[in-house]
Design a protein around this ligand. Structure first.
Ligand code: PAF
Length: 283
C-alpha cells in the first residue's frame, strides 16, 4: 500500500493504476477507522480493480471547534487496517495540502440539506461537499463508497455530484453495528463506560418502533421514540424525523413517501457525545 500525502503524487499514482486498465473505487474517511469503514473498503475492493482511501479530518465540515480538536486521530492504526484490507493507496494529506487557500465555494445543496443536520450544524454539509468534491476531482474514481449511518450525507453528496456533473457512481453501504446494536462510529470511543452500556438503546428503540408502525400513525411513533429515549437520564434527543429516503423531507403519514420506505433519522446526545443512527420503515 502506498501512503501518499501530496495531491500531485496522488494524481500520478491513480493515473498509473488507470493505465493498467484498473477501475478505481474511492472510500473517503476521516480516519479513526473501524469495521464499518473496512466494510466499505471490502465492497470497493470487490467492485474495482484498485482502491483509494482518503484519511483526512476535514476542518471545513466542523461547526464546533472542540469537536474538531477532540476528533480521534489514529494514523498508524488506520494504516495497518488499510494495509490488511488490501488498499492500494492511502491518501493522507495535511490541511495545507487540501486547502492551500480557503475554500470559499458555496454549494446550492437545496432541500436535502435544509433539514435535520442542516440547521443543527450550519456549514457542515457545505464543508462535506467541499472536501468530497476535491477528492473526486483529484482521484476521479469510477465509484465512491459511503456508509448509510450518515444517511442524509449520502443525499447531500448525490446532490453535489449532480451539481458538479461528476461521472461517479455513489454506492451506499449498510450500517455496521456492534453485537449489542450500537451503530459503529469513531465517536463511540468517547462514551464513558456507563454511557456505552446505555447507548445501544437508541437502536433498540428504533427497531421496536418499526413494529409499532404497523398499528400506529407516523406522528405517534415519532413521539414515542423521542419520549422513550428522553426517559433515560443519559439521553437527550436533538431530533427524530421520519423522512422520504431521497428528498429527506419529513413525512407526516406513512404513505406520504414518494421514493420508497420512510427512514427514521435520529440525533441523540448520550452524555456529551452526539450519536446518529437511522432505521427503515419497510411496512
Ligand atoms: O463521513 C465522513 O467521514 C466524512 O463526512 C467524509 C465523507 C469523509 C468527508 O470528510
Amino acid at each position: 500500500m502506498k501512503i501518499i500525502r501530496s495531491v500531485a503524487q496522488l494524481r500520478d499514482a491513480v493515473a498509473s493504476l488507470k493505465a493498467e486498465g484498473k477501475s478505481v473505487g474511492l472510500v473517503p474517511t476521516m480516519g479513526a477507522l473501524h469495521a464499518g469503514h473496512i466494510s466499505l473498503v471490502d465492497r470497493a475492493r470487490a467492485e474495482n480493480g484498485a482502491v483509494v482511501v482518503s484519511v483526512f479530518v476535514n476542518p471545513t465540515q466542523f461547526n464546533n471547534p472542540t469537536d474538531l480538536q477532540t476528533y480521534p486521530r489514529t494514523e498508524e492504526a488506520d494504516c495497518e487496517k488499510l494495509r490488511a484490507a488490501g488498499v492500494d493507496i492511502a491518501f493522507i494529506p495535511t490541511v495545507e495540502e487540501m486547502y492551500p487557500e480557503p475554500d470559499t465555494r458555496v454549494f446550492d445543496l437545496g432541500q436535502v440539506a435544509a433539514v435535520m443536520e442542516g440547521p443543527m450544524r450550519p456549514g457542515h454539509f457545505n464543508g462535506v461537499a467541499q472536501v468530497v468534491s476535491k477528492l473526486f476531482s483529484f482521484v476521479q474514481p469510477d465509484r465512491a463508497y459511503f456508509g448509510e449511518k450518515d444517511f442524509q450525507q449520502i443525499a447531500v453528496i448525490r446532490r453535489m455530484v449532480e451539481l458538479e456533473k461528476f461521472p461517479i457512481e455513489i454506492v451506499d453501504c449498510p450500517i455496521c453495528r456492534e453485537a449489542d446494536g450500537l451503530a459503529l462510529s469513531s465517536r463511540n470511543v468517547r462514551l464513558t463506560p456507563e454511557n456505552r452500556k446505555v447507548a445501544p438503546n437508541i437502536h433498540r428503540v428504533l427497531a421496536e418502533s418499526v413494529d409499532k408502525a404497523k398499528t400506529e400513525s407516523l406522528p405517534q411513533v415519532k413521539q414515542w421514540v423521542i419520549d422513550t429515549l428522553n426517559s433515560y437520564p443519559q439521553f437527550e434527543v436533538e431530533y427524530y424525523e421520519i423522512v422520504d429516503p431521497l428528498t429527506m423531507q419529513p413525512l407526516s403519514a406513512w404513505n406520504e413517501s414518494k421514493n420508497g420506505a420512510p427512514v427514521g433519522c435520529i440525533t441523540c446526545y448520550c452524555g456529551d457525545v452526539r450519536l446518529i443512527d437511522n432505521i427503515k420503515y419497510n411496512l
